[in-house]
Design a protein around this ligand. Structure first.
Ligand SMILES: [Zn+2]
Length: 491
């Protein structure tokens, strides 16, 4: 009996998470049971990450760039708004002036997507997580956030909410505690893709314009926090103004006498406050994650909290230096590490172009990319700058990033690589085939990940690719005996 029981426990532990991100629109347009049938049969999916609180099209909706072979082949621009797709409860928002009960998403009237999906998923023994996303550029009619917006270097407010505002900290806790208390869910997947002022000033990401004069946050809360840490706030501001001037000069191709890189380093030596303020920003971001983790555990320690780790983590060594897997593992049950390979090609090329237009402007882009590949431990076989958008990144990239994350967290939390299933790309860029998807999924699982999260959302996935991911998951499960003794398995 005991033996049987422990065998059953072993079996559960050995089962990998095959998760998928999915928005309310798919359940509403295609039917809950029908969608779950497809996910289980084709994708071998056992865990749903339902986009529950979001104003961002990345994990929800159909903006209308391309449509897959299921659902409705029509953009949802008329109904799309964003908000809370479950039902917010006022009693959880008592400690914040940001009244979450006003943020019910109007897209589907009174429909509560968790109430609709959870019973059907439970019957199938599928797990359900609520995805919660802190973002930017909220709709104009969502005025409740405005008072708490960040202040940029130019003194204007806007864009996103300041992490150091006490109401903001309380708000994110309230959203997650409400969901974890009011619904029978397995936990939360929290998204927050905001970079700090240093990285934003340099355009150190793949998908942004370089607006070095508008970096954040310079509000009163940030001033106080800086002063409490002995950071000279005025010097920091001056440093960011100088950095802005350097960025603008570099973008115009006006080469400093000693070259772009030396000029940049000189500025950093003169203004160490620039780094210090960036760290303060990152501390604020981590604090939100830690707050949510502690608050959810206070409700039910069996509910899990995980964080989405954005794609720039793949490309940018500066970003990597500001994050530490071992530290994140202390406040997370799992990390969804983005390893999008297909769109990764054009995104990586775009990052290199950004980096090569400022600090590394003296280096030819191809050589800069090869150099960066060494820094990131990417294979020399990845495509050249010119071919990268068309070729995408390889399954080897997925494998290496999975390994790096696993070695980083040292078994302290699970690693669930986020896989690229038909993420839209530019017209001449890579389009994922089922063969790619199979190879990528297998690479992540062979790397020893505790599972995968098919991303970004079901409403953009082709069924053949979903099926390929499912096939890889099933194949990986049968290969398990062979690999169970190698050093790559933590369990
Ligand atoms: Zn602030």
């Amino acid at each position: 009996m005991i033996n049987q029981e422990s065998k059953a426990i072993e079996k559960i532990k050995a089962q990998k998470v095959i998760g998928i991100q999915i928005g309310a629109e798919s359940f509403m347009d295609e039917g809950v049971e029908q969608v779950l049938d497809i996910l289980q049969e084709k994708g071998a999916v056992n865990t749903l990450y339902v986009s529950t609180f979001t104003y961002d099209r990345g994990i929800h909706g159909r903006p209308g760039r391309s449509f897959p072979d299921h659902g409705i082949a029509k953009p949802d621009t008329e109904r799309y708004h964003g908000g809370n797709y479950a039902t917010p409860h006022a009693e959880f928002y008592k400690n914040t002036r940001i009244k979450g009960e006003l943020l019910k998403a109007p897209d589907f009237g009174n429909v509560d997507i968790l109430e609709k999906v959870i019973p059907a998923a439970r019957k199938r023994r599928m797990k359900v997580f609520a995805s919660v996303q802190d973002g930017f550029n909220y709709p104009d009619d969502v005025t409740v956030f405005k008072e708490f917006y960040e202040e940029n270097l130019g003194g204007q407010r806007g864009g996103a909410m300041c992490f150091l505002q006490p109401d903001v900290r309380e708000f994110w806790k309230a959203v997650c505690v409400d969901l974890c208390t009011s619904y029978d869910i397995d936990g939360i997947l929290l998204f927050n893709e905001r970079g700090g002022p240093f990285l934003n000033a340099l355009g150190a990401s793949h998908n942004q314009s370089i607006q070095s004069s508008r970096v954040t946050c310079f509000c009163e809360h940030h001033r106080k926090a800086a002063e409490a840490r002995g950071i000279d706030f005025e010097r920091a501001k001056e440093g960011y103004r100088k950095l802005d001037a350097f960025v603008q000069t570099s973008l115009s191709g006006n080469r400093p006498t000693d070259g772009y890189y030396v000029e940049f380093e000189r500025l950093m030596f003169a203004y160490p406050e620039v780094y210090a303020l960036n760290q303060l920003f990152d501390m604020g971001k981590s604090q939100i994650l830690a707050d949510v983790y502690a608050a959810v555990k206070g409700v039910n320690k069996n509910q899990q909290v995980g964080f989405h780790i954005e794609h720039v983590n793949s490309f940018n060594p500066f970003y990597r230096a500001t994050r530490n897997y071992a530290d994140m593992a202390k406040i997370a049950d799992f990390l969804k590490v983005v390893v999008y390979d297909n769109c990764g090609g054009e995104r990586y090329a775009s990052f290199i172009r950004n980096a090569g237009s400022i600090v590394f402007r003296d280096v030819p882009p191809d050589e800069l990319m090869r150099f960066n590949n060494y820094l990131l431990n990417y294979s020399e076989k990845e495509a050249s700058m010119a071919d990268l958008p068309k070729a995408g990144l390889s399954p080897d990239y997925v494998y290496r990033e999975t390994r790096r994350a696993l070695e980083g967290v040292q078994g302290q939390c699970d690693i669930l690589p986020g896989l690229d299933i038909n993420i839209p790309t530019g017209r001449n860029s890579k389009v994922a085939t089922p063969e790619d998807t199979y190879a990528t999924t297998l690479a992540a699982l062979k790397g020893g990940a505790q599972g995968v999260i098919l991303s970004r959302k079901y409403s953009e996935m082709m069924l053949a690719n979903l099926e390929a991911a499912g096939r890889a998951a099933r194949d990986a499960a049968t290969l398990k005996m062979e690999t169970s003794n190698n050093r790559f398995n933590f369990y």
